[in-house]
Design a protein around this ligand. Structure first.
Ligand SMILES: Nc1nc2c(ncn2[C@@H]2O[C@H](COP(=O)(O)OP(=O)(O)O)[C@@H](O)[C@H]2O)c(=O)[nH]1
Ligand SMILES: [Mg+2]
Length: 271
């Protein structure tokens, strides 16, 4: 007698169940092609779309797709509240649903589903994997010069101020282990815009966890509009500066403590 086929075989690479959270705002021209490509490239990976009530009907299109594919589901939020808020909501639901790995990617095709395999391969030995434009082998296609300068400059500023060794801290193509999201006190993040990404990378490193960057080719969107704005950039600058000053304050206090302890010791041996 042969055993009945079972569903509970270990997942490939032992990574458990994986879900990609995809935030959308006005991505009607992009969402269905993205879902098709993602499901074709990684049939074992589930998808959770988080739509902020897009006026162009993105939420409805995603819902129609999800109705025919059990691996895809959609969260509808009533209004546009920023990328950070959408991700926090998506992460909370993904954790409630018991996923072992929770990923992020944009809906506009900038993050290529065909390259998700590279991130999955880097997961053993990492607590957070970042698909990076600014490591050797990484690249950008069709990005306007001002966006490249903003990203490179923003990353340099971030590395210098926070002292973190991440080349692409704002990148939004990522995989988090469940244990990482549970360790970094997500409920304390107040970041709304794209600085949310930097915030999470910083929290992961400060928790003593391992971040790995793998090169990706980032392709600028062909359809629809970017939601990057002056307000989004200003929030990043403000927050990174504040965190940088806090970091320096901590280093300074630790330095003073060390000097005091050494002085005490010297006094002790002199006596
Ligand atoms: N739910 C939600 N998604 C957003 C919001 N802002 C941006 N997005 C999505 O986040 C992803 C990245 O945004 P995008 O405009 O492409 O930014 P860019 O690539 O930096 O120009 C896309 O999938 C957007 O639809 C928001 O406020 N709410
Ligand atoms: Mg984009």
């Amino acid at each position: 007698m042969s055993a009945a086929p079972r569903d509970d075989r270990p997942a490939p690479l032992g990574r458990g169940r994986v879900v990609m959270v995809v935030p959308t705002y006005d991505e009607a021209a992009n969402i269905v092609p993205l879902l098709q490509r993602l499901r074709a490239a990684q049939p074992g990976v589930d998808v959770l779309v988080v739509d902020d009530g897009s006026p162009d009907g993105t939420g409805r299109l995603a819902e129609e797709y999800a109705a025919a594919d059990a691996a895809v589901s959609v969260l509808h939020r009533t209004e546009k509240q920023g990328l950070g808020a959408a991700y926090l909501h998506g992460f909370r639901v993904a954790l409630e649903r018991g996923y072992d790995v929770v990923g992020e990617m944009d809906a506009d095709g900038s993050h290529q589903p065909e390259q998700l395999g590279r991130l999955l391969e880097a997961l053993p030995g990492a607590d957070l994997v970042i698909g990076s434009r600014w490591v050797p082998g990484g690249s950008i296609v069709n990005w306007p010069r001002h966006r490249e300068l903003l990203s490179r400059g923003g990353n340099l500023y971030t590395r210098t101020l926070l002292g973190i060794e991440v080349r692409d801290a704002t990148a939004g193509f990522r995989l988090f282990r469940r244990s990482t999201l549970e360790r970094i006190r997500l409920e304390e993040t107040a970041s709304l815009g794209y600085v949310f990404q930097t915030d999470l990378a910083h929290r992961t490193l400060r928790a003593g966890l391992r971040v790995r960057e793998v090169p990706i080719e980032f392709v600028e969107r062909v359809r629809g509009e970017s939601k990057m704005s002056g307000a989004v950039a200003a929030e990043s600058l403000r927050r990174i500066t504040t965190w940088g000053l806090e970091e320096r304050g901590r280093q300074l206090r630790a330095g003073v403590r060390r000097l005091r302890a050494r002085a005490e010791q010297r006094r002790g041996t002199a006596r």
